[in-house]
Design a protein. Structure first.
Length: 386
């Protein structure tokens, strides 16, 4: 790696191929897309307190943007401004015609920059787009946008061992002039990144608490299984109410009977039972978490556990819970020490505030693969060539 920063800069309206500014061994593969703003490729890391980063937005140098209109996507480009000019009638503002994804880039011990199963993020965004009558972002464009945003912000990728990562937010929004309830005529696919620390305050595995919400997250046959903004806006009140009684997050039960576990406000749920089975709720209202899917595979194939995806009756089965965890891209895996329901706190299993052995094992396996510390036998990690 070069010890001196490699920088390409220009001002004023212009279009360039950024690969002309890079040494041969630093050029992006299949560049093909133009840059229409000031470009700054700094190979030196930013002087941040990486170990103490929280989970909040940090402006970085560049973000990727592509637009759809009249039936096709344009080539896309890196842009410098974090601001988006949106028409006041845009359907994304009035009718929530928008969806997004959450991903992370990790620095491996050998210097590689790794994404974890990005093909599944692309697939999930395509499913959400179809549900909201938006054009799908082609896989090639999705991957190109993500990689370009990561490469352009290499200086913001937390170093290996810092406990932090580069959070990646692909988003798709309906733009353009509109008033009536109908799909947008124009769309923007944008990818921005931000270095982040753990979602909850403590690094690594930190035990959290959940409070069952009286507010429903999503109705059966609604949009609960899609990563769309309206689901999260509707859950802000539930999170606030849960935090007022001392919980970290809300826990949603099914909207039909308020009986079966759905998910937490920002994560899927895992349950390890006293007979050694790893459970996860089954419901059409649950977001299909890539983290949860991966953990279930690792538990079955690496730990030899029995795994089940089925409805879980919170009150009827709570006594059999040995461990519980909330998992997702942002949270990774957070053990659940206690759950508030029926007017009182109920401790999960015998662990209390301690991390149980099952959650520790699956966490170590998952994070080890994501960070490039363990062999990636399933080909889950995707390297971003810097």
């Amino acid at each position: 790696m070069h010890s001196e920063p490699v920088t390409a800069s220009l001002s004023g309206p212009a279009s360039i191929d950024i690969s002309t500014f890079l040494p041969d061994n630093r050029r992006p593969r299949d560049t093909g897309f133009i840059v229409d703003v000031k470009v700054n490729m700094q190979m030196e890391k930013k002087a941040l307190d990486w170990a103490n980063l929280g989970f909040q937005y940090q402006r970085t140098d560049s973000r990727y943007s592509a637009n759809w209109s009249q039936g096709s996507w344009n080539e896309g480009k890196l842009v410098g401004s974090e601001m988006i000019a949106v028409h006041e009638g845009a359907p994304s503002l009035h009718y929530a015609q928008q969806c997004f994804e959450g991903m992370k880039a990790q620095a491996a011990p050998d210097g590689r920059v790794l994404l974890f199963r990005p093909d599944l993020n692309c697939e999930r965004m395509s499913q959400a787009a179809a549900r909201l009558l938006m054009p799908a972002v082609p896989t090639e464009l999705f991957m190109h946008g993500v990689e370009e945003a990561v490469r352009a912000n290499y200086a913001w990728i937390p170093p290996y061992g810092s406990g932090a990562s580069l959070y990646i937010r692909p988003m798709l929004i309906g733009l353009g002039e509109n008033l009536g309830l109908k799909p947008a005529k124009e769309f923007e696919f944008r990818v921005f990144v931000s270095p982040v620390g753990p979602y909850y305050k403590q690094a690594g595995l930190s035990v959290i608490s959940l409070a069952v919400s009286d507010v429903d997250r999503a109705a059966p046959k609604g949009t609960g299984s899609y990563k769309v903004g309206a689901n999260y806006a509707g859950g802000l009140l539930a999170t606030k109410l849960a935090q007022e009684i001392g919980a970290n997050e809300a826990l949603y039960l099914d909207a039909r009977e308020s009986r079966y576990i759905d998910e937490a406000g920002s994560a899927n749920i895992l349950i390890s039972t006293e007979d050694g089975v790893l459970l996860t709720p089954k419901s059409d209202a649950i977001l299909p978490s890539i983290t949860r899917r991966s953990i279930m595979t690792l538990a079955a194939e690496e730990l030899g556990m029995s795994t089940e995806e089925r409805p879980i009756d919170l009150r009827a089965e709570f006594a059999t819970f040995q461990e519980a965890g909330a998992c997702g891209t942002a949270a990774v895996l957070s053990p659940i020490g206690k759950i508030w329901f029926d007017g009182q706190w109920n401790e999960v299993g015998d662990a209390g505030s301690e991390v149980g052995p099952t959650m520790q094992k699956v966490y170590d396996l998952l994070v080890g693969i994501q960070k490039g510390e363990l062999d990636d036998e399933r080909g889950w990690c995707h390297e971003v060539r810097i």
